[in-house]
Design a protein around this ligand. Structure first.
Ligand SMILES: [Zn+2]
Ligand SMILES: [Zn+2]
Length: 341
């Protein structure tokens, strides 16, 4: 099969690889489309220790079941499916507790040695595929995975945040708008989105956000305090994960509020813990999603509650190198670029 292989930092090449074959409990999906994620971009730029040359990236995928392994219902062949790319052991304590996202041996497509979905076919446990209704387009289905991250993030908000908590979203890219969409469905009042790229800021405005703050020109915490009558937001939602953004998020949250951390751009961050402790600010990390979160995101897309079609581009897989370069330099108002084999 043809596959887009990450061969060196900033380099993707089309290679011929062996066709995957399904093991027991697995299926092989003929890929229809795979979205490019920020984490794929991290790998492409050579910033990810767990994405090494020789790997096929890609985990936001939709396709048709082509083959089933032992123990899998053979009538699945031909089903068009959304692929939950998070593979968990099913046996460890966290898996047993319904938290496969913190499984002792979790894997995700396109990470470590697990080949991803920028290819004609991909192998996945059968329990990870969800049959899609016909009316859902491939370009909509590739947003299910980013939305699942947002569903999980908001599920980590504490109960005491109240019925209609206020929130600020840091980042107006794919995850930012995914969080915005899920927040609205969950009754969260989004006070502001923080986004420096003017074309991405416009996407949030088009989605009805009144206050989009440019962090390169505004004092973000001061602006958020102003918008909340000096209180700060109940929830600061970080879709970026950079030191300056985490600091701004922590400074924008209300006394007793929560900073929800999803962005993975940088590791180390200095925060003023004396301030955070005195205000009893909760820092809650969020990683991927549970099966229920994925199902909830699937339902949002199937029911048409979210649709980013006008901000999605679809390119042939052979254009992968160009698509990644474009995303790395200026994504503009493109919320998702997807590749079709
Ligand atoms: Zn992703
Ligand atoms: Zn496990």
């Amino acid at each position: 099969m043809k596959a887009l292989v990450y061969t060196a930092p900033h380099r993707l090449e089309m290679h011929d690889l062996d066709e995957p074959s399904p093991g027991p409990g697995e299926v092989v999906v003929r890929v229809a489309m795979t979205g490019i994620c920020g984490s794929d971009m991290h790998g492409f730029l050579g910033h990810s220790a767990r994405r090494k040359p020789g790997l096929v990236l890609g985990h936001e995928t939709v396709g048709v079941v082509a083959e089933t392994g032992d123990g899998v219902d053979p009538t699945l062949v031909g089903a068009r499916v959304s692929v939950n790319p998070l593979i968990s052991c099913g046996n460890c304590g966290n898996c047993a507790a319904g938290r496969p996202n913190v499984c002792d041996s979790w894997q995700v497509l396109g990470l470590d040695r697990t080949q991803g979905a920028f290819a004609e076919s991909v192998r996945i446990p059968a329990r990870n595929v969800l049959p899609l209704p016909r009316h859902v387009e491939d370009s909509a289905a590739v947003m299910i995975e980013p939305l699942a991250n947002a569903v999980h993030l908001l599920s980590m908000a504490p109960e005491h945040a109240g019925m209609f908590p206020t929130a600020a979203i840091f980042g107006g890219g794919t995850l930012g708008v995914a969080i915005l969409s899920v927040a609205r469905v969950r009754g969260v009042r989004v006070v502001a989105v923080v986004e420096p790229n003017p074309r991405r800021a416009q996407v949030s405005r088009d989605l009805g956000v009144e206050h989009v703050i440019d962090p390169t020109t505004a004092d973000v915490p001061a602006e958020i305090q102003r918008l909340t009558g000096g209180r700060g937001v109940d929830l600061a939602l970080d879709a970026v994960g950079r030191e300056s953004v985490r600091q701004a998020a922590a400074a924008s949250v209300a006394r007793g509020g929560t900073v929800l951390l999803l962005g993975l751009d940088q590791g180390p961050t200095t925060l003023d813990f004396i301030d955070l402790i005195r205000r009893e600010v909760r820092l809650q990390c969020s990683f991927t999603y549970t099966r229920q979160d994925y199902q909830a995101a699937f339902d949002l897309v199937v029911n048409g509650a979210v649709d980013f079609g006008r901000w999605t581009d679809v390119l042939p897989l052979t254009e992968g190198q160009n698509a990644f370069e474009r995303l790395a330099t200026d994504p503009g108002d493109r919320i998702k670029i997807a590749l079709r084999p």
